[in-house]
Design a protein around this ligand. Structure first.
Ligand SMILES: [Zn+2]
Length: 632
């Protein structure tokens, strides 16, 4: 075994220990070897021929660096080699990358590193560009790159003893090549040099091409930032790398030059501003302005939309989104408007799809809480165990997955309105908790002992008969009374026939706007069928029907064949209801009078719709009147 220890600071420290020096020398070297040279999962020294010594604190003494050249049986290290510093060419990714066999932590040049899919990085870039604009995305990515480069230079400075600062600097592009960001063209020089650096296969240019196609300017913002950060740290002055050729804009390779601000001069001053922190703020201000403009435009569009709907519905006194031509609906809207002004809890009943949420919305919009939030939660759609946390919030650690404190909907709806939809589906246990919240006007987050005051209006809705549920014992009576301080019932569509056609027209106009189609209205036969049908699915069914019709309609008008089968086949009432055959004359009379009634007594219009001559209609009506007179 031969160990040569010359002029090495650590070695000198060891030899200075006197008699047992040889033994200690051996154990020192063994410890160096065992601590640093045997990669996880491998054993023995033989596998590590040529491996690099990593910086190692030994008795607080200096660090040692260098290759092991040879050993047999024991350890044999040429410590002259240990003395020599690191050169950029010596960097090897097998030495820089440490993989933990159990996963979880990867280290690159001693720093924790992440393996990120290039496409994921590309998607982040796409997201930034699309949402904040090119300038803001460029500022973020340039500065992200700069920080990455700067940190990498620091890590490389601490990790290795470099032959010269020049080696430390030149290691930059090599490291980034090893990281997989690009490939340095063989023989390519330092970006600081006159000739600059040529990069092949830049991942960034590749991702830009993938998501955006050819650019008209260089696109490797992160890589320019990265190179600038690395060189600035190693050169001890601010240096900015910019591309003059880029794969992303159709050049064969990317080409970088790194210069100080003065060296760049004014020519590319605008691009250098992407390295300034204030640039990002400016860009974001611009995007914010753009967002505000878009919002304003959306608002104008909505207003135009509203005006269209008002025109279609023929009248502006109804609240937005509600049609109330029929007496029962008019009554409901009247009542809701009056109730809105007081802060009482309201229970809204009505069949599924009848529009309970719109009434709840009206209660909110016309209340003193209109400027606060309106939040609707479907209690029937949330599992019982989650509902409590959803409504009342939870403390950190209250259950698996509760990683932080979270307020619930009762708190989120503060100063506004909370709609508890499908309240009839709530479990008995949850009913008790709801009752307490309503009575005390305070809630307790799951996993917390402290009560919190809440200030909100509760509106509940259900399609179940809660009174009956109370009788059956499935719904608490005290909660029922607490909820129905005021009770509103939304009539089913079949009980508000006068609303069917105006509502159908509004829903048709809405669907046409959504689908960007021009629709003028309903064919007369279509209107008839809509009126004949019973609408078990209520407004929601009518809405779906209109949407389907817009999708199917060949022309600008909804024809009968654009309606779903069940609506198309509904026969006129006289036969459908009784189910037995009646004299034709009787049915005809009833039908003609009903049609006349529907048209407000307008005979010309009625004759047109019945597709009979007006003289025929006149004659028939006259007979009916004679009949009526004689039967008196
Ligand atoms: Zn490029």
């Amino acid at each position: 075994m031969s160990v040569v220890l010359t002029r090495h600071p650590v070695a000198s420290a060891v030899t200075a220990n006197g008699a047992s020096a040889a033994k200690e020398r051996k154990s020192f070297l063994m410890s160096v070897v065992s601590a640093r040279f045997v990669p996880p999962g491998r054993s023995g020294l033989r596998t590590n021929l040529g491996a690099w010594l990593r910086p190692l604190d030994f008795d607080g003494a200096k660090r040692s660096y260098g290759p092991i050249h040879q050993y047999e049986k024991g350890v044999s290290i040429d410590l002259k080699q240990l003395e020599r510093g690191m050169r950029a060419e010596d960097l090897d990714h097998k030495e820089l990358l440490e993989l933990d066999p159990h996963g979880g932590v990867i280290r690159f040049a001693g720093q924790r590193a992440l393996l990120l899919d290039a496409v994921a990085m590309g998607l982040l870039r796409k997201y930034l560009v699309e949402n904040f604009g090119l300038a803001a995305a460029r500022a973020v990515l340039t500065q992200f790159g700069f920080a990455h480069g700067w940190r990498m230079a620091e890590a490389m400075g601490a990790e290795f003893k470099w032959d010269s600062d020049d080696d430390w600097r030149r290691a930059g592009p090599r490291i980034h090549t090893l990281e997989g960001l690009f490939r340095l063209e063989p023989g390519s020089t330092d970006p600081l040099s006159k000739a600059g650096s040529t990069l092949v296969a830049s991942y960034e240019a590749e991702q830009h091409l993938l998501h955006f196609g050819h650019a008209d300017a260089p696109m490797c913002w992160t890589i320019c930032g990265l190179t600038s950060g690395y060189i600035s740290r190693t050169a001890g002055k601010e240096v900015y790398a910019l591309e003059d050729r880029c794969l992303g804009k159709g050049d064969a390779a990317c080409h970088l030059l790194a210069r100080t601000k003065d060296e760049w001069g004014d020519e590319r001053g605008e691009e250098l501003r992407f390295f300034e922190a204030s640039r990002l703020k400016e860009c974001l201000d611009v995007s914010l302005r753009r967002v505000t403009d878009t919002l304003k435009k959306t608002e104008q569009k909505l207003e135009a939309h509203r005006r269209t709907l008002v025109r279609v519905a023929g009248g502006g006194e109804e609240p937005f989104g509600i049609i109330a031509k029929s007496p029962p609906m008019r009554q409901l809207v009247d009542l809701a408007r009056r109730v809105a002004k007081v802060d009482s809890t309201v229970l809204i009943g009505g069949e599924s799809g009848s529009g309970k949420e719109r009434i709840a919305r009206l209660l909110h919009d016309e209340s003193t809480r209109a400027t606060g939030p309106f939040i609707a939660v479907n209690c029937g759609a949330i599992a019982e165990t989650l509902l409590e946390a959803e409504l009342f919030g939870h403390a950190r650690g209250a259950f698996t997955g509760a990683t932080h404190d979270r307020p619930g909907l009762f708190e989120a709806a503060s100063s506004g309105t909370l709609l508890l939809d499908e309240v009839g589906e709530v479990s008995p246990g949850m009913q008790v908790k709801l009752l307490r919240a309503l009575q005390e006007r305070e809630i307790r987050r799951v996993g917390e002992n402290k009560s919190r005051k809440v200030d909100l209006r509760i509106v509940a809705a259900t399609n179940r008969d809660l009174a009956e549920a109370v009788t059956n014992g499935t719904f608490r009576q005290d909660l029922y009374y607490r909820l129905k301080v005021v009770e509103l019932r939304v009539p089913p569509l079949r009980e508000r026939r006068d609303d069917i056609l105006p509502l159908a027209r509004v829903l048709l106009a809405e669907a046409a706007l959504r689908m960007k189609r021009k629709m003028t209205g309903l064919a007369p036969a279509t209107a008839d069928q809509l009126l004949r049908y019973d609408w078990p699915g209520n407004v929601r069914e009518l809405e779906n029907t209109m949407e389907r019709a817009v999708a199917l309609a060949r022309g600008a008008r909804v024809e009968v064949e654009d309606l779903p089968e069940e609506i198309r086949v509904v026969m006129p009432k006289p036969v459908a209801i009784t189910g037995k055959v009646r004299p034709l004359a009787e049915v005809e009379k009833e039908y003609i009078l009903a049609a006349l009634d529907l048209n407000g007594g307008n005979q010309t219009h009625t004759a047109e719709q019945l597709q009979i001559g007006s003289a025929t209609l006149y004659r028939k009506l006259k007979t009916y009147r004679v009949d009526a007179a004689t039967s008196k």
